[in-house]
Design a protein around this ligand. Sequence first.
Ligand code: SAM
Length: 348
Amino acid sequence: MTTEFSLIEKLAARHSLSAEEYESLLTLRSSEGAARLRSLADRVRREVYGTDIYVRGLIEVSSFCKNDCLYCGIRKSNKNAERYRLSPEEILACADEGYDLGFRTFVLQGGEDPWFTDGRLMPLVSALKERHPDCAVTLSMGERSRESYRLLKEAGADRYLLRHETADKAHYEKLHPSKMSFDNRMRCLSDLRDLGYQVGAGFMVGSPFQTNASLAQDLKFLETFRPDMVGIGPFIPHKDTPFGDRPAGSYELTLYLLSVIRLMLPHVLLPATTALGTIHPMGREAGILAGANVVMPNLSPVSVRKKYALYDNKICTGDESAQCKSCLAARMRSIGFTVVTNRGDVKK
Ligand code: SAM
C-alpha cells in the first residue's frame, strides 16, 4: 500500500516521483510526515551546504509594472499603489552599502518597468560588476526577449530569477490577464537556461485555484527543469487586487514543500522567503530548518520599502539594511546556522 512515508522514502532515495505520486504525497500530508521530511531534508542540506546560509542583498528597483497579475499589489491596475523607481546611482549606492555589510550577491528585482531598457540596464549591470568584481548580479526583472537576456548576460549578469508561477497552463490563465502567456513564461526560462544564466523558478503556495494536482505539476516541472534556484513562498492577499479577499497560503504546506524540493534537488539554492516570514514570526527560521539555505535581506532604501507592496503586511519595511542583515544573521545563529560572506553559487 502506498503511504505518505513510503513516498517520502522513495523521494529521498531517488530524488524523483511521478506526478501522480507527488499528488498522493500532498493528499496524504500529515504532521508526522512533515517531521520525517524535515529531518531528511535537513540532513541533505547539511551534507551539501553544511550550516552555511547564503545571503542575497535584495534591491527593489521599481514598483512600476506594465503587467496586471491578478495576485500582485504592484499590478498596473492598482491605482492606490505608490510608484517609485530607483535611479542607477541609487541602486549602485545600495550595492556599495551592501558590500560593506558582507553581501556578495545583489538581486535587482522590480515590476516590469519599461524604463529599464537594455540601454539602461546593461551599463548598470556592468558598473555593478566593475565596482564589485567578486559579487554575483542576479536579475529579477520579469519577461524579456531572448536578445535582451543575451545582452544582459554579456553585460555581466550571472543569475536570473523568474518564478514560473504555476506549471499548469489552465491555472496560469486564472492568475494572469489574457495578455500574458504561460508559453512565453516557459520560453523565457528556457532562453535564460540556454544563455548560461543560473536560473531560478518557483511559485506561490496557496495561490487562488491551486490544487494538489497543479502543485504536483509544479513539482514535476522543477524536477525535470532542474533550476539552480527555487523561490517558493505563501500567497498573501493584497487588499487592492482581485484576490484581496482570498485566504493566504498555508504555512505548514510551504514548509512541507521546501522539504520536498530539497530532497528532489539536493543542491538547489532555496530561500526562506520574506513572505514566509510575513505569515509567521518564525517563518524564516522554520524554512531553514525545513531545508532552505538562503535568506534575502532587503537593501532597498527605507524611503521606498513600503511602496514595493506585493502583498499586505510585508515585514522588514522599516529597517535599515544593516538592521535587516544583523537581524537575519542573529535569527540564523539562534538555530545553529551561520550567514557567510561569499557569492553563494550553487554547488554542482
Ligand atoms: N516582475 C518580476 C517577475 O514577474 O518575475 C519580478 C517581481 S514579481 C513582483 C516577484 C514575485 O512576487 C512573483 O514572481 C510572485 O510569485 C510574487 N508575488 C507577487 N504577488 C504576491 C502575493 N500577493 N503573495 C505572495 N507572493 C507574491
